[in-house]
Design a protein around this ligand. Sequence first.
Ligand code: SF4
Length: 407
Amino acid sequence: MLQSRRKSISVDVWGVIVWGDNTVVIQSMTNTPTRDTQATTDQIIELADAGSQIVRITINDDASAEAVPEIFALMKKRGCSVPIVGDFHYNGHILLEKYPQMAKLIAKYRINPGNVGKGERQDENFFKIIDCAIKYNKPVRIGVNGGSLDEELLSKNMDENSKLTEPLSAEEVYVNTMVESGVISAQKAVERWLPKEKIIISVKLSHLQSMVDAYQKISGLCEYPLHLGLTEAGGNMKGIVSSSAALAILLQQGIGDTIRVSLTPEIWSPRSKEVEVCKNLLQSLWLKSFSPQVVSCPGCGRTSSDKFQFLAKYIEDQIKKHLPKWKQKYTGFEDIHIAVMGCIVNGIGEARNADIGIFIPGDFENPTLQIYVKWERYMEIKSKTIGEVGKIFFKEIETYLDTNFQK
Ligand code: SF4
């Protein structure tokens, strides 16, 4: 069972509220050079249109810091107001002080405590970023990352661990250091007078079990909202599966207030695919609904026909095409389930359990093709091509929406 959400402090990211009682916020990150204002704006809009509620851009040099006002102007011209987060590494303290307009425009600062500086410089640089956040009333994300963990803190912890009679494994020390880095950094920010309502934490790692462990630990040690992500998850199938597995474990336990799925880009694959993965994940967990779900069977030897596959694809495509129109016309329809099944074995049951379902008889099966609506056999279809069946079934879906979800 889905556990109740962990309570966290509410953080306002330019109108997007990140906290435990709110629905999980989806975010993403551009991969364009920020100095290329046109390409970056295009990608921000692509991600926002796909459903990303917050978009992060890298601000790593003078050119990218200087580009921010123009990106905002281009976004405004195109009617996009998604909150933009600045991702800073190594020189964030310099850029935020040098480019006040940029510091004022962006909605949140991402700080990596592992690369703000070494020795005395670490606190000095960290506080410069925190001071900017206070000055411009911005929230920050303390984004600890396994690939750039604070080396001094890690080697101190490794040394101490080696002196124990029963030392922990290196992996455990690593995870504990990630958690410690996040908690200590947040504490330092608060001691510097950054309000607690301005802090979000992440402890991203690329190793699934360690990442889950880190988030589980930190979730019990603080009340800050948690940004979940499996870093360097990989490309396409691997990245989708491992990110979904990691995030699902935590979300199921009520941990996580905002999520990002990081996928290695594939040629011709839109950047917004990472947003689609987040949406599918949240919908599969029943945490948020974006679009009617199509339940379709995988097919098997009981049916040699590919008709149900064609039908399932047709219905999925039609839903995608009609979704913007439906959003204007209907309310609450995103939760419905539509079944498209290949034979009577599970077909009748799934068609019945769905809000509206259809099953196509398998090889040598007698029952004709039937549509069910809310447990009731609603319609029998005879002597039609699969193209005609698709149109009839889709019309029935729209009738169902008209009857039940009109605004
Ligand atoms: S519903 Fe029928 S065709 Fe589809 S997987 Fe099950 S047994 Fe096979």
